[in-house]
Every structure is written in C-alpha cells, then in structure tokens.
Design a protein. Structure first.
Length: 289
C-alpha cells in the first residue's frame, strides 16, 4: 500500500521530468546566463571584463535614447495588439457562423501564414509595400493618393507586417473560447427583449473575454520581441529594442550591454502583460457585473 502511494506520488514528477529538463536547457539556463552577462563590464580594447557592475543598467535607464526605444517598441506592440483584436473578434464570429465545410477552408486560409517562414512572409510584404508594389499600385489606381505612399522602412509597414503574422494567434485563442460558448444563453437574452448589440455586449463578449485576453497577451509579447519583421521592413529607419540588441551583440560587440537590454525587455513585457491582464479583468468585471 505504501509502495503504491509512493509510486503514484512520484509518477507525475517522472513524467514531467523530460519537459522540465527541456525547459531548463532551452530557456531557464540561457536566460540566467544572459542575466549574469548583463552585469559584466565592457572595454572596447579588452572586451568583456569579469566582475559585477550596474553600469549597463544605469546607462540604459539614464539615456533618453533607450527611453524612446522602449516607448516606440511598446507603442508598436500595443498598436498591433489593438488592430488584431479589432480584426480578429468579428472575423472569428463570422467564421463560427459558416457551414462546417467552409469553416475548414477558411481556417486553413487563416492559419496559412503560420506554415510559412517568418522571413519569407516578411520579404513578401517588403515587395508588396514598396513604392512600386501592389499596395501602392492599388491606392494609385483607386485615386486614393496622388503619389506612392512611404510604407516600406516605416512604422506603418512594420505594423502591417506584424499584424498579418500575428493575427492567427488571436483568432485561435478567440475560436477556442467560442467553442465553449453556450448559444442558448444568447437566444434566451434575445427572447427576453435584448437587441443584438446588447446581447453581444452583455452575453457574448464576457464569455469571449478570456480568449481575447489570452490572444492579446500572445500578440503583444510576440510583437514586442519580434526581430525579423522590424529589421527587414523597418530597416535602419525604424529602430526597436530587438534590433538594438542585435546591433549591440553583432555590430558593437558589446555583449553585456545587449544582455542588459534583453533583460529589461523581458522585465518590461512581463510587467505590462501581468499588469494589463489584472487591470482589464477588473474593469470588465465592473462593467459586466
């Protein structure tokens, strides 16, 4: 009896051990080494100097250049998240009302970008957003603009590219929440005199809120940490935190400073995600209570 209870208590730990080892090897250990590296000093002639120093963090937190860099990155991630929510919620609701045969086709279309390399997708958007690309050709053909719009090497182009890349994530999250939605509740609200907008605001939206929040968190995190899209579409004109980290590691060779920027980016993402999650949940509980 004792051996059986011991085996049952140890079995979950043994089953989770491979995943735990993988987590340590691929995430925890590299992040710990990056954090340790961020406290080293750097000399242009002698390279990385051993020891403990807060010089890198002080230089980042006291420099207005890095302040602007983090604010620009946060604004970019927030903009992509809001656009994905605005597009993703109605798109998922429309998808849910389609016939099963059409749902399968459109799900493949929506998830299609995830099957292609992010570099290939971004290079495709670079062609589309160029001055002679399809987007400017359509705008000129419809007489919406008099001359080509500068979309490439701009924040607008970066947001467009990131929205296309990350939109499937929020659709998947909302779709998962939508599958648990009880349609009879909405019908009951309408039978009691509630209009379509009231039913959506008081019945459907609160039930979709967990999916919207989880999808928004995923999109914000991936947007703030994205590198390929800002680097290719934004180029040198649109500087964000990830491209600054790349420059410090591979151009300036100042690895400790790049590691410090990486640690601050991680702390900032965790702080924003946790804080916004609690704030939004509290606000929606007050509205829909």
């Amino acid at each position: 009896m004792v051996k059986s209870n011991l085996r049952q208590s140890v079995a979950p730990w043994l089953l989770s051990m491979p995943a735990f080892v993988l987590f340590l090897g691929l995430l925890a250990v590299p992040m710990a080494l990056t954090a340790i590296l961020s406290f080293n000093a750097f000399d242009g002639m002698r390279g990385i100097q051993p020891g403990f120093s807060l010089t890198n963090y002080i230089s980042i937190l006291s420099d207005s250049y890095y302040h602007e860099l983090f604010l620009r990155t946060g604004a970019m991630a927030l903009g992509v998240t809001i656009i994905c929510i605005i597009i993703g919620v109605p798109e998922t609701l429309i998808l849910a009302r389609m016939r099963p045969s059409l749902q399968g086709i459109f799900l493949v279309v929506i998830l299609g970008p995830l099957l292609i390399s992010v570099v290939v997708r971004t290079l495709g958007w670079q062609i589309l957003l160029s001055r002679e690309g399809a987007v400017n050709s359509i705008l000129l053909g419809l007489h919406l603009v008099n001359r080509p719009v500068q979309l490439l090497f701009s924040m607008t182009g970066v947001i467009i590219g990131l929205t296309h890349v990350l939109l499937p994530f929020i659709i998947i999250a909302i779709w998962t929440a939508l599958q648990r939605l009880d349609g009879q509740v909405a019908h009951a609200a309408q039978s009691l005199g509630a209009g379509p907008l009231t039913t959506f605001r008081r019945v459907t939206l609160p039930q979709l809120l967990p999916g919207i929040l989880s999808g928004a968190i995923i999109v914000f995190t991936l947007s703030a940490s994205a590198f390929a899209t800002p680097a290719i579409i934004g180029g040198r004109r649109v500087k964000v935190v990830t491209t600054a980290i790349y420059d410090e590691f591979l151009n300036s060779m100042n690895w400790p400073l790049g590691a410090a920027i990486s640690v601050l980016l991680l702390i900032g993402i965790v702080f924003v995600v946790v804080g916004s999650n609690k704030l939004v949940e509290r606000k929606f509980k007050q509205v829909f209570a």
